[in-house]
Design a binder for this molecule. Structure first.
Ligand code: SAH
Ligand code: SF4
Ligand code: F3S
Length: 472
């Protein structure tokens, strides 16, 4: 048994990060014969992509993917720790899985992802959830085959979570959810330590992948017909800083654009590391999409300082203006936290002021959620939950107003859309995203799936647009 420790997880050791190559031991290849699996994923794109690796590893072990977790022989929960409600969702599903396990003791339950890196969660699992079979962390997904094999043989709870990251593992197999757009990790971990955030503890220190490995993956995707890549990291603008080579995010973006893939996106951009060189590269290449997610968190300098965000409202707005000025037609979205400890009415009003200035295309808004082990969780807080909810509502009303206003500007315009799938509601409707990341629903034949087509926008709502194809 190997349990995580939050103090250890905080450490940033100077040990050099090496790259190792994943290889499946041939003795594990048939372990899943005749067995089915479901991977349930919570959280961000990082977790979505990790699940694509987990599924491919299970496929390589001869497990078969199915849709209904109630019927599966193996259920793996890939969890998120970012806010309390993420926790609650997972514990909710664990309740249901416990019943399934009682009815069908052969069911194997696995638990991984960011919650698995939390000391308090692991203590709870080892005491109250003894029926969970395997637990592994974000640093050892590549060890899933041996962990599963051992559990199938020994049938006792096995917790294997490292506090500290290991090497970067290349060549993990991947079962991509889409045939047209792909996530490509460019870095792991985060060294920013915003005071409210659990990620630097659950994902370890910042480790950038080597440029050649990233470009090889993108070129491979192009060969396989992919139209779009999204470069992934908690803080992509800091790419390369840990490699001690003269090669940064601007250089990488430029090289990825030069591969010729139709669409390049990246998430998430911390405002602190967003330099002019990057803005110029984005503006220069047509295949780098004019869409930037630029988390604000708060419009109050006092709160930003308490959050450890290392920028001010003024420097954020300067960056915002520069992006709008230099990148034609750019759409900018954001994340905002309300109710940080002791946020005053005045602080909150400053956040609203920034929203009124930036008129974001969209924003993801959250009530501050104290995460065990983070500095902000220890701060005294005199703001009631009721007040926080009121602020969130007021903020959301404003955000939605601007989202709709921005969408209305698209009416009767012709925009490029990568059509992906039929909408859930209606099989005759395809949906996809514009270059600026607007969701568009289009009545169109399935033959357009996977293609970037010109679409004329015929209706604009708060969260989506409707349109019709004009180019064939
Ligand atoms: N790396 C990204 C954010 C990843 S987490 C960045 O720095 O921009 C996604 C969002 O969740 C954050 O931007 C923040 O708005 C929100 N978040 C993170 N921790 C939170 C907490 N403890 N309570 C409420 N919201 C939180
Ligand atoms: Fe969390 Fe801040 Fe890192 Fe984003 S930059 S993952 S908010 S610590
Ligand atoms: Fe959640 Fe971990 Fe992502 S905490 S938001 S899954 S990095």
């Amino acid at each position: 048994m190997l349990k995580p420790n939050m103090l250890e997880a905080r450490k940033r050791l100077s040990k050099k990060i090496e790259t190792e190559i994943f290889k499946l031991d041939p003795s594990y290849k048939n372990i899943g014969n005749g067995l089915t699996y479901v991977v349930k994923t919570y959280g961000c794109q990082m977790n979505e992509h990790d699940s694509e690796n987990i599924e491919a590893i299970l496929d390589a072990m001869s497990f078969e993917k199915i849709d209904d977790y109630e019927k599966a022989d193996l259920v793996i929960l890939n969890t998120c720790a970012i806010r309390e409600n993420a926790h609650n969702k997972v514990f909710g599903l664990l309740g249901r899985l416990k019943h399934l396990k009682e009815e069908r003791p052969s069911l194997i339950v696995g638990f991984c992802g960011c919650m698995a890196q939390e000391e308090s969660v692991i203590t709870e699992i080892s005491q109250k959830y003894k029926w969970i079979d395997i637990v592994f962390g974000t640093h050892n997904i590549h060890e899933l085959p041996s962990i599963l094999a051992k559990n199938i043989k020994e049938k006792i709870q096995d917790i294997e979570v490292y506090s500290i990251e290991g090497n970067i593992v290349e060549k993990l197999p991947v079962k991509r959810a889409s045939k047209y757009k792909a996530w490509v990790n460019i870095m792991y971990g985060c060294d920013k330590f915003c005071t409210y955030c659990i990620v630097p503890y659950t994902r370890g220190k910042q480790r950038s992948r080597k440029k050649d490995d990233i470009l090889e993956e993108v070129n491979e995707l192009i060969k396989n017909g992919y139209q779009e890549v999204t470069l992934l990291g908690q803080n992509v603008n800091a790419y390369g800083k840990d490699l001690n080579v003269n090669y940064d995010m601007a250089s990488l973006l430029e090289d990825v654009a030069k591969t010729g893939i139709n669409r390049v996106r990246f998430v998430t951009s911390h405002p602190w590391d967003f330099n002019d060189k990057m803005i110029d590269v984005i503006a220069k290449y047509d295949n780098i999409m004019p869409y930037i997610h630029l988390p604000l968190q708060s419009g109050s300098n006092r709160i930003l300082k308490l959050m450890g965000r290392r920028y001010t409202k003024e420097s954020y707005l300067k960056l915002f203006d520069s992006l709008k000025a230099k990148i034609p037609n750019v759409a900018i979205t954001t994340d905002i936290i309300v109710g940080f400890p002791n946020e005053t009415d005045e602080d909150f009003k400053e956040t609203l002021d920034v929203v009124n200035y930036c008129k974001y295309d969209l924003a993801y808004t959250f009530i501050f959620s104290p995460r065990v082990g983070t500095p902000a969780a220890k701060m005294k807080d005199n703001v009631s939950l009721e007040e926080k909810e009121k602020r969130l509502q007021e903020l959301n009303t404003l955000i939605n107003k601007y989202a709709k206003e921005n969408n209305l500007k698209y009416l009767n315009k012709v925009v490029p859309v990568l059509l992906e799938n039929t909408s859930e509601k209606d099989a005759t409707t395809l949906s996809g995203y514009t270059d600026t990341m607007k969701l568009v629903n289009v009545k169109a034949d399935k033959k357009y799936i996977g293609r970037i087509v010109d679409v004329k926008i015929t209706d604009a709502k708060t969260w989506s647009l409707d349109g019709e194809i004009v180019s064939k």
